[in-house]
Design a protein around this ligand. Structure first.
Ligand SMILES: NC(=O)c1ccc[n+]([C@@H]2O[C@H](COP(=O)([O-])OP(=O)(O)OC[C@H]3O[C@@H](n4cnc5c(N)ncnc54)[C@H](O)[C@@H]3O)[C@@H](O)[C@H]2O)c1
Length: 285
């Protein structure tokens, strides 16, 4: 699989496009509009710039990698891809729509369709296509160029050949480590992580402790690289809420219910780093 399509070029899509380009693959990124393209393009340029500054690649390698990425707003541009990775916002209706569109523009039956969803069961997306056996979850982590993990999620209808090809792509081509998950909302990592993040938000909301103390407790007391509120800011409060809602819809357990403070902050546009303010402020984002 050398020709890759990525739909959505936000936090995750830009990182996925970047690692595919750095793995010498030909990448077409599709965004919703020109504004999305220019934000996505800038994110990739900045991230590649950081890789050069950190000595991980030369200026020439950066230019070559960037040249492998084409930016489009027409989903029809994906017609000749071998693998399409969907990374649009965590919204089930939107993702179902995107899977229907991608399925329509790709005629070749060998093509694999993957979703980077954090929580939506893969079956719901697979059934929007004519090829549920070719649909799989490839869940990267943020920032995708840095974190080594990919969750490989197979639905009841994913074929063993699709699972094997997706695994080879993640491990051999992209040099990621995989963990396998059954098709349950949240998969392995977010089923564990999200209740923890929501507990920290409830703790802050109840006035039990300050944001700084909650985060310092987990960084200095438990050796986590980042506290739960800073991590929620990094993930995006909108994405965190959407993932919590998928988990709640699937399991109906109170620990997955988004706390009111999270909902109010999302309504206020306080989405974390990406908007410059969440639980903390980011003046230089
Ligand atoms: N943020 C994280 O830490 C994280 C980690 C792992 C996985 N994910 C998952 O990755 C996916 C994307 O999340 P994100 O954090 O990158 O969100 P984001 O809001 O940063 O980016 C989403 C992008 O999708 C684009 N988009 C929306 N509709 C589109 C369409 N019809 N066609 C093309 N592009 C469209 C938006 O313009 C935006 O740029 C979600 O499913 C999320 O759950 C997120």
């Amino acid at each position: 699989m050398r020709r890759i399509g990525v739909v959505g070029c936000g936090l995750m899509g830009s990182g996925i496009a970047e690692i595919c380009a750095r793995a010498e693959l030909d990448v077409i990124v599709v965004e919703a509009d020109e504004a999305g393209v220019s934000i996505g393009r800038r994110q990739i340029e900045n991230s590649l710039g950081r890789a050069v500054a950190a000595g991980k690649m030369s200026g020439t390698q950066r230019a070559v990698a960037f040249d492998r990425i084409t930016f489009e707003t027409d989903i029809g541009a994906l017609h000749d891809r071998d693998l399409v990775i969907e990374a649009v916002s965590e919204d089930e209706d939107l993702k179902v729509h995107v899977f229907k569109q991608v399925d329509k523009v790709i005629e070749h039956e060998k093509v694999l369709l993957a979703s980077n969803t954090s929580s939506i069961p893969i079956m719901k997306l697979a059934m929007a296509t004519r090829r549920p056996e070719k649909v799989v979850g490839l869940h990267f982590f943020n920032p995708a160029p840095v974190l080594p993990l990919v969750e490989l999620v197979t639905s009841l209808l994913t074929s063993p050949e699709t699972a094997a090809k997706a695994e080879r792509f993640a491990t051999t081509t992209l040099r990621k480590r995989i963990v396998r998950s059954k098709d349950r909302a949240g998969f392995v990592v977010n089923a564990l992580l999200i209740p923890y993040l929501l507990s920290a938000i409830r703790m802050l909301e109840s006035g039990f402790a300050t944001a700084e103390d909650i985060d310092a407790g987990m960084v200095d007391g438990c050796a986590h690289p980042m506290g739960p509120l800073a991590l929620t800011d990094l993930i995006g409060l909108d994405t965190t809420k959407a993932v919590a809602e998928s988990l709640y819809e699937e399991f109906k357990e109170a620990l997955y219910a988004p706390p009111p403070l999270l909902s109010r902050m999302v309504e206020a546009g306080l989405l974390g780093r990406k908007t410059g303010r969440g639980f903390y402020e980011y003046p230089n984002r």
